[in-house]
Design a protein around this ligand. Structure first.
Ligand SMILES: C[S@@+](CC[C@H](N)C(=O)[O-])C[C@H]1O[C@@H](n2cnc3c(N)ncnc32)[C@H](O)[C@@H]1O
Length: 208
């Protein structure tokens, strides 16, 4: 248990540092315009309990938070597919601490609402990335961060679907460019060649 807690803290610390570093990277490259009061708008695809969304809201002026907030076994198996791949269900259950996994998906949307309720620049949009993509105009956004459905096909759809929504010389990014998610690396590399940078939490970024 102690070790699990330690690993969680280590994971959380890397995530927080990685997201702040990525945000600073993006804003630093938009550069002088930001210093001159330019208004930044971003979309986060996949917000879960709102911890990353809250971080974005400290750096960007408008944060559109997209997530269906629907969880069932199929979602959990997809989400943990680095453990699930080609393993019998019994083995998956063992590795994921199946008895307790329900707690991972309990009250997620309520947590999001609680964690983000004081942040007036977060705009919650309930639905999937592809359902909501076309509510945005072409060349409207400065930054899109992808951390939703982690399958190869979904990451390809997310990148292709959201690229036109970005202004020129702006940034598309996402989470989990790591060995645990080879399909994410493959999707990013196939469409964007390779990321301009990868951060300590596995976040990747490309200027378009
Ligand atoms: C790994 S979690 C996101 C974690 C969050 N970014 C954070 O760092 O705290 C993935 C989230 O993506 C959402 N999701 C799954 N499929 C999605 C889709 N097609 N569009 C948008 N969000 C999706 C899930 O509901 C889940 O909350």
């Amino acid at each position: 248990m102690m070790l699990t807690n330690y690993r969680m803290r280590e994971h959380d610390r890397k995530l927080i540092d990685g997201l702040y570093d990525l945000g600073a990277y993006v804003l630093g490259r938009i550069g002088k315009e930001v210093e001159d009061g330019y208004h930044t708008a971003m979309v986060e695809i996949g917000c879960y309990r709102g911890e990353s969304t809250r971080i974005w809201s400290t750096m960007f002026n408008e944060v559109y938070a997209i997530d269906p907030w629907e969880y069932e076994t199929a979602y959990m198996l997809r989400e943990f597919n680095h453990v699930c791949k080609q393993q019998p269900l019994e083995k998956i259950k063992e590795e994921l601490d199946w008895e307790n996994i329900g707690t991972i998906a309990t009250g997620v949307e309520d947590s999001f609402d609680e964690v983000t309720k004081t942040r007036k620049n977060i705009f919650k949009m309930k639905g999937t990335s592809m359902e909501l993509c076309n509510t945005f105009e072409e060349e409207e956004l400065d930054f899109v961060y992808i951390d939703g459905d982690h399958s190869y096909e979904a990451v390809v759809d997310d990148i292709m679907g959201w690229l036109p929504k970005l202004k020129p010389n702006r940034f598309i990014a996402g989470h989990d460019y790591t060995g645990n998610y080879p399909q994410i690396k493959e999707a990013v590399n196939t469409i964007l060649q390779k990321p301009d940078a990868v951060f300590q939490d596995g976040s990747w970024v490309c200027m378009i």
